[in-house]
Design a protein around this ligand. Structure first.
Ligand code: BGC
Length: 739
């Protein structure tokens, strides 16, 4: 267990009170020395056994330091939406602490939907402070696996379908977390795009899709964000598990990107000692421990990077050079985190963190449809508001796998809507409408909610309809939840449609009351066969501790929605490239035949109209785009040009617009998507206000990965810049040539 004694030599040095004559600190203990010098010094003092001991777990979430040298342990925590409650030393079960409740921040899909890197920074700062307060050294997040199909159970933990958006959003998150002396561990590297057979499936993907779609967000997190840790994925690539994958870890991550941090295995993702030694794994976690019976001293000795590694070193089958590289990385991590004397104290459940959670949630909610201006609701002129649906009352911070939390506070949609409405004199009535998953505990964390229900499905609908007929407006809150086969780790969704026959409830409500808003709580796209009968639809995501208040902010217009979709909602599953052309979920292997045509790249290229497009999101005000100007019509290799455009708020309330720049290569010799996101900017405008937004375009933004040459290439020729409000809502275009 982490204790003050593990810091003893450092503390002696810092306080200068070692009792008798002041001992001169060893170089590795001296925080004023450069980290690399400290690493080399510590390394030179370690025995072979001590070196191996820092490369694997000593408990579920910690690894040993070097007690003899006073080098502390490394403590990890999930990630990525809040700090996981403490589990037992050797088990996944709860430790039963009473001081480990956290703030739940919105799921990363919601963060991505803000399209606002400033919100990422706020998120990273806040969650980093909570991790720090809990004395964690490594936050197991954020996740940036690309949204390939709406069926992936873990999409809610990631940042959507576009590599550029995910890249821009992940960098501030990582930087701000790490300012707390807590490492961000970016996961799951790489190609972890499904849960079905996640421990064994071999992903077959071409190099263009790998480099253009699946790797950029990881690369940005490492090269721009300076991530101190990366987590290997469970799945295989080129027949090798990603946690010890020569190509991904040695060649790309540590080679091409010069990553100097630690590769941490996913929990139980390690399968082979030799591959782990040779192929870039540094720190092994979560391997099965034979029920703690087979260990000599300790079951963790049986980890692949424990006793078996030591034996290979002793017999000369493994070399010390490779070992030292791993140990240096772990030491570097410890100096950056656990032994970082500059780190702040952190804080847990502060009012600032709740405010951050509410702000990010409100900014991430996406107004998908709003015919006739049903939203915002005016609470003072609405006498009776009916709220229907299990997701209005179900706590969503609990469940879903490793991201499950134990929160100090969670405001459900019904509580938030009720508080805001009743303050304005509007009565709020609730009807259940359907029963989804009434259970209220997950992995030993109990919500304390009893959602059991005795009425039949028919009766629930009848009761909801009767109440809808008496209401001035109706808000249905449904969607998915964090239960198995929904938005949950460990399995994928079985269907694209809404579960629990919610479509029937929505259709019945639409027939009973024309002022119906459907609020979806989900981390994934869903089918909406009722869309033409429902005037307003809001995607509210899993939005954390302040879910209900943030929802009320948007519904009643305190917050003008400005979220945009970070992934496409297809009409049907078959309209998604992975389902149309590729494989999902495959068998022993899964082929990404759709290649680079993921999300809107597929819809654009095949001219398939989506239900809601990537980048789509409405506001309570309107925006006009004008005066597109390019600083030049010619771009030279190594040069840049500026694209400027005026955005005007043409409505009568303040609002923010996400101006999106897509670029298309009009004369390419190879296959390219019609257009790709290459810039975006969120601008807040008062009514009538105009702001000029400028984007710099460089040849890098025009390039594709040439898999024959193994490098990025920008072809000379004609390009089009599309300035858009969504990927299917192009407002202005400009043309230029690359020489
Ligand atoms: C998940 C990781 C998580 C780890 C530790 C694994 O099952 O895939 O995302 O960080 O468990 O809980």
């Amino acid at each position: 267990m982490k204790s003050i004694f593990s810091f003893f030599p450092v503390l002696l040095f810092l306080t200068g009170c070692s009792g008798g004559a002041a001992e001169k600190p060893a170089p590795y203990q001296d925080p004023s020395r450069p980290i690399e010098e400290r690493v080399e010094d510590a390394l030179s003092r370690m025995t072979l056994e001590e070196k191996v001991a820092v490369l694997h777990a000593q408990s579920k979430f910690s690894s040993a330091g070097v007690p003899r040298l006073g080098i502390p342990e490394v403590w990890c925590t999930d990630g990525p939406h809040g700090i996981r409650p403490e589990v037992l030393w050797d088990e996944w079960d709860q430790a039963g602490w009473t001081n480990d409740s956290c703030t739940a921040f919105p799921a990363l899909t919601c963060l991505a939907a803000t399209w606002n890197p400033r919100m990422s920074a706020l998120y990273g700062k806040s969650i980093g402070e909570e991790a720090r307060y809990r004395e964690k050294d490594v936050l197991l997040g954020p996740g940036v696996n690309i949204y390939r199909t709406p069926l992936n159970g873990r999409n809610f933990e990631y940042m959507g379908e576009d590599p550029y958006l995910a890249s821009r959003m992940v960098v501030p998150y990582v930087q701000e977390v790490q300012k707390n002396g807590v490492a961000a561990c970016v996961k799951h590297f790489a190609l972890n795009n499904q849960e079905t057979r996640r421990m064994s499936v071999d992903v077959v993907v071409d190099d263009r899709a790998l480099y253009e779609i699946y790797l950029p967000a990881f690369k940005a997190a490492v090269k721009e964000g300076g991530a101190w840790a990366v987590m290997g994925a469970y799945n295989k690539y080129k027949g090798q598990h990603c946690c010890h994958n020569e190509y991904l870890l040695n060649r790309i991550l540590k080679g091409e990107w010069a990553f100097d941090g630690v590769v941490i295995s996913d929990w139980g993702g390690v399968h082979d000692t030799e591959e782990s030694i040779e192929n870039g794994l540094d720190l092994e976690f979560g391997t099965w421990t034979d029920g703690l019976r087979a260990g000599t001293r300790n079951a963790y000795d049986n980890y692949y990077l424990a006793q078996p590694y030591l034996e290979r070193l002793r017999t000369g089958e493994a070399d010390v050079k490779t070992l030292d590289d791993k140990v240096r990385r772990v030491l570097r991590l410890i100096f950056r985190t656990a032994m970082n004397t500059q780190k702040p104290f952190g804080s847990l459940n502060s009012p600032e963190h709740l405010a951050a959670a509410r702000r990010i949630a409100g900014e991430g909610m996406v107004l998908l449809k709003n015919d006739g201006g049903v939203l915002p609701l005016d609470a003072s002129s609405t006498k009776r508001l009916l709220v229907v649906g299990e997701n209005a009352v179900k706590m969503m911070t609990v469940g879903g796998g490793s991201s499950s939390l134990k929160v100090r506070h969670e405001c459900t949609p019904l509580e938030g809507l009720r508080a805001a409405a009743e303050a304005a004199g509007c009565e709020v009535v609730f009807e259940r409408g359907y029963v989804g998953d009434p259970t209220g505990s997950y992995n030993g964390v109990n919500t304390g909610q009893d959602l059991s229900e005795t009425r039949s499905a028919e009766q629930l609908i009848a009761d909801a309809v009767a109440a809808a007929e008496q209401a001035d407006a109706v808000i249905f809150v449904g969607g998915l939840n964090k239960s198995d086969f929904q938005d949950c780790e460990g399995a994928d969704r079985k269907q694209y449609g809404l579960p629990y026959a919610q479509d029937r409830v929505i259709e019945a409500l639409a027939a009973a009351n024309p002022r119906l808003t459907v609020v979806l709580v989900s981390g994934n796209a869903v089918a909406m066969p009722w869309l033409d009968r429902v005037p307003a639809v809001l995607e509210a995501w899993f939005s954390g501790s302040e879910a209900g208040n943030a929802l009320a902010d948007v519904v009643f217009g305190q917050v003008n929605p400005s979220g945009k979709l970070p992934f496409t909602f297809p009409v049907r599953l078959e309209d998604n490239g992975a389902h149309a052309l590729g494989e999902f979920p495959g068998g022993d292997s899964v082929r990404y035949n759709e290649s680079i045509f993921v999300g809107y790249r597929w819809h654009d290229t095949k001219a398939i109209k989506p239900l809601f497009a990537f980048g789509h999101g409405l506001s309570y005000t309107s925006f006009a785009y004008s005066n597109l100007r390019l600083s030049s019509e010619k771009l030279s290799q190594g040069g840049s040009l500026t694209l400027g455009v005026d955005i005007t708020n043409t409505g009568d309330r303040a609002g923010a617009e996400v101006v999106q720049l897509y670029i298309g290569d009009d004369e390419s010799l190879c296959m390219r998507p019609v257009k790709e996101l290459k810039g975006f900017e969120k601008v807040l405008l008062e009514p009538g206000e105009t702001q000029r937004v400028e984007f710099e375009i460089t040849p890098e933004a025009l390039s594709y990965y040439d898999d024959t040459k193994g490098r990025w290439v920008a072809e000379a020729g004609l390009f089009t810049a599309y300035v858009s409000a969504a990927s299917d809502d192009i407002r202005l275009t400009g043309h230029f040539t690359l020489k």
